[in-house]
Design a protein around this ligand. Structure first.
Ligand code: UGA
Ligand code: MN
Length: 242
């Protein structure tokens, strides 16, 4: 099966660094289609150039967060983008495996072969989440029976976006399953829409004992305001440097 790897992304100083690193990870994965969705009104041509340079199958979309949500103290990040990806997949893809991979996480290449045979929904631990430094399904006799997560918040599925994969058949079976615009509850709402039977959940990564993806976060650096150099470099000063 082909893995459809959905990444929401937005413009900030570290964006090209994140996308280059992630893109080069993804170019090592066979049978993968990258759906990169910008939180913007249109696609950035520089991002398009990177996608073409990588030489992997991709779809480049743009879907901006509605203005009303941008004003919130905790805006629902990446929701509009992921919704656009769901729409594109439902229209264009019959089968495969769907995974939501944010642009700043770190992925072990073994993750991809773990999720590739997802029959319904698979789940696995995510490193560097919250106060416990890991968010993981609790497995008993090979079955997911609960969640070890420092932010349960009354969620039925206390998992991170990077901690599950879905067989695309389920998107067609549940055509209304979607992400809600509520920070922190996106995963739970989507999973509640598609999990009719908890037995459907497949524990991956050695019964959820291995970490194959980390919720790393990149420190933002201030955007540099380009100033003309105070001293103009001439041909002589350049050759003088060599
Ligand atoms: C955590 C989860 O890991 C996310 O999957 C979830 O969407 C997010 O919380 C949430 O509930 O808001 P976190 O690391 O805190 O993620 O968030 P970011 O990495 O900043 O954003 C998640 C994704 O959305 C990233 O791929 C990012 O590029 C994208 N994003 C972020 C946007 O598209 N627009 C934004 O304004 C901000
Ligand atoms: Mn993140």
């Amino acid at each position: 099966p082909i893995i459809y790897f959905v990444t929401p992304t937005y413009a900030r100083s570290v964006q090209m660094a994140e996308l280059t690193r992630l893109g080069q990870t993804l170019s090592s994965v066979p049978a993968l289609h990258w759906i990169l969705v910008e939180d913007a009104s249109k696609c950035n041509p520089m991002v398009g150039q990177l996608l073409r340079r990588l030489g992997i199958p991709f779809t480049h979309l743009a879907s901006e967060m509605p203005a009303a949500y941008k004003k919130l103290k905790t805006p629902p990040r990446g929701v509009s983008n992921r919704r656009a990806a769901l729409k594109w997949i439902r229209k264009n893809v019959k089968q495969g495996v769907l995974y939501f991979g944010d642009d700043d996480n770190s992925y072990d290449l073994r993750l991809f072969e773990e999720i590739r045979d997802t029959r319904n929904i698979s789940m696995f631990p995510v490193g560097l989440i919250g106060d416990y430094a890991v968010s993981a399904p609790v497995v008993h006799d090979g079955k997911v029976v609960g969640f070890y997560d420092s932010w349960p918040a009354g969620r039925r599925f206390a998992v991170d976006m990077a901690g599950f994969a879905v067989n695309i058949q389920l998107l067609h079976q549940f055509p209304n399953a979607t992400f809600i615009y509520q920070a922190g509850f996106e995963e739970d709402s989507f999973l509640q829409d598609i999990v009719t039977n908890a037995d459907f959940i497949e524990a991956k990564a050695a019964n959820c004992t291995e970490i194959l993806v980390w919720h790393t976060r990149t420190v933002q650096v201030p955007a540099v305001i380009l100033q003309p150099p105070t001293q103009t470099l001439t041909d002589t000063s350049i050759s003088g440097l060599l």
